[in-house]
Ligand binder design. Sequence first.
Ligand code: ADP
Ligand code: MG
Length: 410
Amino acid sequence: MRPQPCATHHTVMKSIQDTNFAGHKVLLRVDFNVPVDENKHITDDTRMRESLPTINKLLADGASLIIMAHFGRPKKGGFEPELTLEPVARHLEQLIGRPVAFTQQLLGSGEPEAMAASLKPGEAMLLENIRFYPEETKGGEELARQLAALGDCYVNDAFGAAHREHSSTAVIARFFPNDKYFGFLMENEVRNLEHLMQAPQRPFTAIIGGSKVSSKIGILENLIDKVDNIVIIGGMRYTFTKALGGHIGNSICEDDKMELALELMRRMDERGVRYYLPADSVVADRFDNDAATMVVPSGEVPDGWESMDCGPESCQMLREVIMQSKTILWNGPAGVFEMPAFAQGTRQIATYVAEACAAGCFAAVGGGDSVAAVKQMGLADKMSYVSTGGGAMLEYLEGKELPGIRAIKD
Ligand code: ADP
Ligand code: MG
């Protein structure tokens, strides 16, 4: 049970919930871009599992499913044996307990077309890696038209690809002006993100960290107008600290972003956004889990030492800010959490945010590494919402309209 499921609908959502797809041929775009090992064994099928509610609902209705997905980054244009979706099709069969038709032949050969035409209600097929078509990533309309011809409605459940204006993620929706829908995964993401950015309860606190200011500029700029508090953590805070005249030793820093850091702080002051730079840091004498460590004030890192995590005083401050917030957005780890010796700050934040959620706060966690950290710490299901889309969520937080969302809503 999630502590505080978000129930508000701010826009008319085209959900599959209220529609019966019996007898329909549904084109379903999913994000099945799973990690595999050298032997093409899927090492983590989370992404596939996340779309099972949508797949099972459509099949249970008696729809025929034509599933579209991408895998890796094909370069050649056309079929590449290393990037076939065949292992994914076989794994999907296990997950749904029914056969999944599959051919390595591409559209135009007539084979996938015939396969789609012969699907019966409750049957599914997976099209070969959609990025084998060079037009896909260019958002080619002709490919979208070819795909659209296979079915009579379109469901997008690929939130992880929603920031891409590709043939199968966005352009195809044009061919189904009255028959396009979000899948459950996508709907849940959109609803939570809209709740977060359009109707947050206050105080609204953003906790932004990670390694680089440069990758978070867009988010910081967009949030300045939306939040009450911003806590800047992780490696990127040392660019701010150095810009303010602090000594950061060997801590990571983007010197060319110091001016921007000062500008962001000026803007936060102007808008009355309270910002926090945690007071102390755990520093190490080398970038290693077994390095010698000590705790120092964040602006007094000795030469030869580098910051790896936030310190105990910072954690106390974070706790106070988190516990008085009604809405929290967290993106970016507090330290080098991949090394157990420097995971403490990130773990503490996850624990406090979980506590805040239990007390009624709405907290969203996003970003590939942040989500990995929260999962690693076993706290993901204590958060109100953990985004499945790394890049897509970050772009949404930058205030960009995601093509995959717009295509369904328009
Ligand atoms: P996300 O994927 O959640 O958006 P980022 O990719 O921005 O997060 O940042 C994650 C990375 O930041 C992690 O690999 C982590 O080790 C690194 N990091 C956090 N704090 C520090 C630090 N003090 N010094 C160096 N790297 C850090
Ligand atoms: Mg990352």
